[in-house]
Design a protein around this ligand. Structure first.
Ligand SMILES: [Zn+2]
Length: 255
């Protein structure tokens, strides 16, 4: 029981952290500034004079998040797009405010259009004890509904919308409109999986309704993008490719 209790304690400590940490990671041709917003990540991808945000955090923290983006010292006019990996409140809640504050277009998966219009999470399926302890709170989370400027329903080049070369890939599963964004040797996977609370490994996300389908999606992403070395997750992380491979191997029945 101790590891689980310790993990929960650390998780709870992260939840109550105010302001959150900011970390920098170099990827091929770009810098990623990861803002921890409550326990969700907002990734600020900077390449030359173009900046793209991946995810927007909670609505209640959006003003603070916009300030933290400006405090990175970037030209605010460089922010071209905010791409939501999916429409859950902890990723999409701040999108409308950030779009206004940073004057950027907002990009989201077409499958999440109804959820974003309602501003309410669709039914969540807990995958473990941490989620079972939080599901009522997370299921009840809401935000003022809004729509995207660009809806993605097929693989799409990132450059025309974000000014940075890359691909936006629909990957329904965690939600109907979940997206993965590939830039250089990195992939931004939202809640396809999460980082470990302790250490650098990959873990099953707190909420996933079809685990076999989820594993197949992760396998397909790895196979389709052999050059991707770093996976930026919606919570904790980032995760190295070998740790994602190890996670999948541990998940696969051996007989
Ligand atoms: Zn989610």
């Amino acid at each position: 029981m101790m590891p689980r209790a310790l993990a929960w304690l650390l998780f709870a400590a992260t939840l109550t952290a105010c302001g959150g940490s900011t970390s920098q990671t170099r990827i091929a041709g770009a810098t990623v500034h990861t803002l921890e917003v409550d326990y969700s990540n907002v990734h600020v991808v900077q390449q030359g004079d173009a900046v793209v945000l991946i995810d927007a955090g909670y609505e209640a923290l959006a003003g603070e998040t916009a300030e933290r983006v400006r405090a990175l010292g970037l030209d605010p006019a460089a922010v071209k797009a905010i791409i939501l990996t999916h429409g859950h409140a902890d990723h999409a809640g701040g999108g409308a405010r950030l779009r206004t504050d940073l004057t950027a277009q907002l990009v989201a998966g077409a499958g999440d259009q109804p959820m974003m219009a309602a501003g309410k999470n669709e039914p969540l399926c807990p995958t473990g004890s941490i989620a079972e302890g939080r599901v009522d709170e997370d299921q009840a989370a809401t935000y003022d509904g809004y729509g995207a400027d660009v809806w993605i329903d097929a693989p799409t080049d990132l450059a025309p919308v974000g000014g940075i070369p890359g691909r936006i890939l629909p990957m329904p599963g965690h939600t109907r409109g979940s997206l993965v964004v590939v830039v250089g040797d990195a992939a931004f996977v939202g809640d396809l999986f999460r980082g470990a609370i302790v250490g650098g490994g990959a873990e099953t996300h707190f909420y996933m309704c079809d685990l076999a389908d989820n594993r197949a999606d992760i396998r397909a992403l790895l196979d389709a993008h052999p050059n991707v070395k770093t996976f930026f997750t919606g919570h904790f992380g980032p995760v190295d490719r070998e740790d994602v491979e190890e996670y999948l191997a541990d998940q696969t029945p051996t007989n």
